[in-house]
Design a protein around this ligand. Structure first.
Ligand code: DAK
Length: 261
């Protein structure tokens, strides 16, 4: 691949957008390769993903403005669809995806991070939706996901003013869960991914489904979704093992990895 690095590290994997010269901006090749990379993840082995950008300056500085500037209406629609399809694939990916935001996350970069389950960032990170300054609206779900994450008032302020915010403000408004020194960010993301990977994988997947699907419906329906996914866990060996391990009073026992079945 030209612009995507993929490294499996046991039970989790790291995807790196590797187009540092253009601050990892998303052109159609990056989007296509990201899509293919997600399709190739070995879900029998990998239980969590980290998504980051190359270098110490930028996560993703947005959609590629050079490429977009010359698009026809039809090409613009195709580009938008490709982006939206990939972002939706991440949002609905069966396993958790952690965005390790290592610098600029602007426009499509902010939107990409918001399609992930969890965002943590470096202390030099900058978030923003600058689209209205370019004469467009956020097109990769920014108007929708930002409002859901930080509330409509703050999302409207960020989008209408096109003003960027720094890591500390992103933390304060709940856009990121934690801020780390740049050199510690990836290790922190990998530690989180590794920790998630040690938990019962089917239960973790069902939690992702329950939270995502539940947020799209009212509470009465959401609780039914949760009940169903909770019930499904009782058909797994991992539930039987996890509870038997807790109930076993033998102090010398060692917990085995969950088997994902
Ligand atoms: N696209 C293309 N190239 C970019 C880029 C981008 N978004 N951002 C940076 N680069 C390139 C620069 O052109 C420069 O290339 P060279 O000149 O070296 O060849 C290189 O990366 C380094 O950038 P700078 O020289 O500008 O670096 P600085 O440190 O001075 O500034 C910056 C960093 C991040 C503040 C600045 O580069 C910047 O403002 N970049 C643009 C940020 C931005 O406006 N991003 C939002 C793009 S709009 C749609 C769906 C989605 C979208 C659109 C449509 N549809 C559904 C149809 C999404 C839109 C966006 O994301």
């Amino acid at each position: 691949m030209e612009f995507i690095l993929y490294e499996q590290k046991g039970s989790y994997a790291v995807i790196t957008i590797n187009r540092e010269k253009a601050l990892n901006a998303l052109n159609s090749t990056v989007l296509e390769e990201l899509d293919q990379t997600l399709d190739a993840v070995n879900l029998d082995e990998v239980r969590a993903l980290v998504l980051t950008g190359s270098g110490a300056k930028s996560f993703v500085a947005g959609a590629d403005i050079g490429e977009m500037s010359t698009l026809t209406k039809a090409e613009g629609e195709a580009f938008g669809k490709k982006g939206n399809d990939v972002f939706r694939k991440i949002e609905n990916f069966p396993i958790p995806v952690i965005a390790a935001v290592n610098g600029f996350a602007l426009g499509g970069g902010c939107e990409l991070s918001m399609s992930c389950d969890i965002r943590i960032c470096s202390d030099n990170a900058v978030f923003g939706q600058p689209e209205v300054g370019l004469g467009i609206t956020p097109g990769f779900g920014g108007t929708q996901r930002l409002a859901r994450l930080v509330g409509a008032g703050m999302a409207k302020q960020m989008i209408y003013t096109a003003r960027n915010i720094k890591a500390d403000e992103a933390y304060r408004i709940g856009l990121v869960n934690a801020v780390y020194p740049q050199e510690e960010l990836l290790a922190a993301a990998e530690k989180m991914a590794s920790g998630i990977a040690q938990n019962a994988p089917i239960a973790v997947r069902n939690c992702k489904k329950a939270i995502n699907q539940g947020l799209d419906v009212d509470m009465d329906q959401a609780i039914v979704i949760e009940e169903k996914l909770f019930g499904d866990c009782f058909e797994t060996q991992d539930q039987r093992y996890g509870m038997a391990f807790f109930l076993d009073k033998n102090k010398d026992k060692v917990k085995e990895p969950f088997k994902n079945c």
